[in-house]
Design a binder for this molecule. Structure first.
Ligand SMILES: [Zn+2]
Ligand SMILES: [Zn+2]
Length: 313
């Protein structure tokens, strides 16, 4: 029996932090290890026998006092870390916390303000926001530059991120020609959000506000978080990446393709996450459509040689 270890990032896959993959970051949620019967497995970098009660974390031996295996997974939690107490809070974190708690409180009012139009609005907004603004725009277009869009379309999709209560995607844009637009959006983010809330309220009263902002945002937040929690614990691995990333089909359905997370960690530049024909990736179909009508260009995909290099077997 052997343990392979690494740390799991507690940030959203759509967050710019993920690009840095800083092992010394203060924000790792837990210390995890692989439980594997085969010490020569290619799944990790370091192997240490359990009897020694140490695991290697980025090359540094760490004493293991207790551990437990996550159900239906080969991932072992070595040390639990409190995301609240063991993190260095800054004003940005606090603002985010207020926003997240706020939308959760708002969504609690949902049963008291239910009507079918508000419910349909919530479904459409969740789909559009997750599919286009977050997954296609923030993640694949802005964070990883997996493809290019004409400026007007890139800005339009990115603006939708405001509706998702998220402006983090803009921080990935470094090029000087586009930075002023994103800086403007970032600074005026709260104003746009307030205007959007007012518009929803004027169109459909409290039901639109509660379902269009509260429930839709909570649904979007939690499906996004699944990628970074579930997809590092449950699922299958096809590529030799030095992390816990997994391909998980049901998360891929909920997140319109982001659940093929082992594929994504292996080829972060790829516009396509569902690399097999049967791996449903709705965001990729959208990108292909944009490419077919001449709007998406320079669409990046892994080559056969790159796949061969990363394959587990
Ligand atoms: Zn990513
Ligand atoms: Zn990940």
């Amino acid at each position: 029996m052997a343990y392979l270890s690494t740390t799991l990032k507690a940030v959203s896959p759509f967050s710019p932090l993920v690009k840095k993959h800083n092992p010394n970051s203060n924000n790792n949620s837990a210390l995890l290890a692989y439980h594997t019967p085969n010490p020569t497995s290619k799944q990790g970098r370091s192997v240490i026998h359990k009897e020694q009660m140490f695991v290697a974390v980025h090359g540094v031996p760490v004493l293991v006092e207790s551990s437990w295996r996550l159900p239906m997974s080969d991932v072992v939690v070595v040390r639990k870390k409190s995301a609240f107490l063991e993190r260095s809070w800054n004003s940005r974190d606090v603002r985010k916390l207020v926003r997240v708690v706020g939308v959760h409180l708002l969504s609690l009012l949902a049963p008291f303000h239910f009507n079918w139009s508000a419910f349909k609005l919530c479904l459409w907004l969740s789909l559009l926001i997750i599919g286009i603004c977050i997954t296609l725009s923030y993640h694949r277009n802005l964070s990883h530059r997996s493809f290019n869009l004409p400026k007007w379309l890139e800005y339009l999709f990115a603006y939708g991120g405001v509706l998702a209560f998220q402006c983090g995607g803009y921080e990935n844009v470094n090029d000087l020609a586009r930075a002023p637009f994103y800086r403007f959006l970032h600074r005026t983010f709260v104003l746009h959000l307030m205007a959007y809330a007012l518009l929803l309220y004027l169109c459909g009263g409290m039901p639109f506000l509660v379902w269009g902002i509260g429930v839709a945002t909570v649904a979007r937040l939690h499906t996004t978080f699944l990628v970074n929690s579930v997809c590092h614990i449950w699922g299958t691995r096809a590529w030799n990446t030095p992390d816990f990333s997994r391909n998980n089909w049901w998360v891929a359905i909920l997140t319109l393709g982001e659940g093929w997370h082992n594929n994504h960690h292996a080829f972060q530049f790829s516009a396509r996450h569902g690399l097999e024909w049967w791996q449903l990736d709705v965001t990729w179909y959208l990108i292909r459509f944009l490419e077919a009508i001449g709007l998406a260009t320079n669409v990046k995909l892994p080559t056969e040689a790159q796949k061969k290099r990363m394959a587990l077997i």
